[in-house]
Write a protein that binds this ligand. Structure first.
Ligand SMILES: N[C@@H](CCC[C@H](N)C(=O)O)C(=O)O
Length: 282
């Protein structure tokens, strides 16, 4: 099968985008992994599939697969920005704002006049069961009414905030992201037995009440240059702890995302770029 695709990125988090609006696409795990493979395939952190609207209240279905494993996941924020650029650029809609349904929420995606894209990401969920995270036997330290959970990781103790943006996130605080142990502590928390479906891990440095620096070890992907849901989760946790204002610029290695949250849905604004179009024999 020759499969047309579009390579895109949002702040360096890169994607293969596939159109399944005209004919259904049933790719198996090996085919998805091949698309995600940087040596034997195209290479991408995630594979994004544009599907017909599954219900009348939305314009499209939006499915996401991690490129390394081919596993389906619930959300991808940087991908959502690329999604709207893709459907408008490929003539699939002329709406400025597009509503899409993921496996567990509805997102609204809007292209701005300056070329950036704003995503209504949906609301964060704080119950441990939303990730899921097993808190049995743990006593959190509570700051500003928000729990920080003690975790034993590689014989060290760390404290993490846990929350869901549709997909699971743990956030921890560091003095300097440049020296943060992302490559070691990231996978250890991702695979910690208290996270039954594993977890994305954010390392957050607070620079001021309106500016943070962030690195994210993504579930299944390792460290990526940016993670949209990770930026939302980290900023929301910082706001809940009383450390951040309601509008924050999050600097990631691949670019800056603006995150806004005042309770309710989180808004994320950032770049979305097309790199090239191609075809692959699968
Ligand atoms: N890059 C994404 C998140 C992709 C999914 C994540 N790796 C997971 O397994 O939940 C983003 O921009 O949000």
């Amino acid at each position: 099968m020759r499969l047309p695709f579009t390579k895109m990125h949002g702040a360096g988090n890169d994607f293969v985008v596939l159109d399944a609006t005209r004919a259904p696409l049933a790719l198996d795990t090996a085919q998805l992994q091949r698309l995600g493979d940087r040596r034997f395939g195209v290479g991408a952190d995630q594979i994004l599939v544009v599907e017909p609207a599954p219900s009348p209240d939305v314009d499209f279905g939006y499915r996401i697969f991690n490129g390394a494993s081919g596993a389906e996941v619930e959300h991808c924020g940087n991908g959502a920005r690329c999604f709207v650029r893709y459907v408008r650029g490929h003539g699939l809609t002329d709406k400025a704002s597009v509503r899409v349904r993921t496996v567990n929420r509805v997102l609204e995606l809007t292209e701005q006049a300056d070329g950036r894209v704003t995503v209504d990401m949906g609301a964060p969920a704080f119950e441990p069961s939303a990730l899921p995270f097993d808190p049995a036997g743990l006593t959190p330290r509570v700051e500003n009414g928000f729990p920080l959970w003690p975790l034993a990781v590689d014989h060290h103790g760390v404290e993490v905030a846990v929350l869901s943006m549709g997909n699971p996130h743990a956030v921890l605080w560091v003095d300097d992201v440049d020296t943060a142990p992302v490559a070691t502590v990231g996978p250890a928390i991702e695979n910690h037995p208290r996270f039954a479906r594993r977890v994305n891990v954010g390392f957050l440095q607070v620079v001021s009440r309106q500016r943070v620096r962030l690195r994210v070890h993504e579930r299944d992907a390792g460290e990526t240059l940016a993670c949209g849901t990770g930026a939302c989760a980290a900023v929301v946790a910082g706001i809940r702890l009383g450390w951040l204002d309601s509008r924050v610029d999050a600097e990631l290695r691949g670019g800056t995302l603006t995150i806004e949250w005042a309770g309710g849905a989180v808004r994320m604004t950032g770049p979305a770029e097309t790199v090239y179009e191609g075809e692959i024999e699968l």
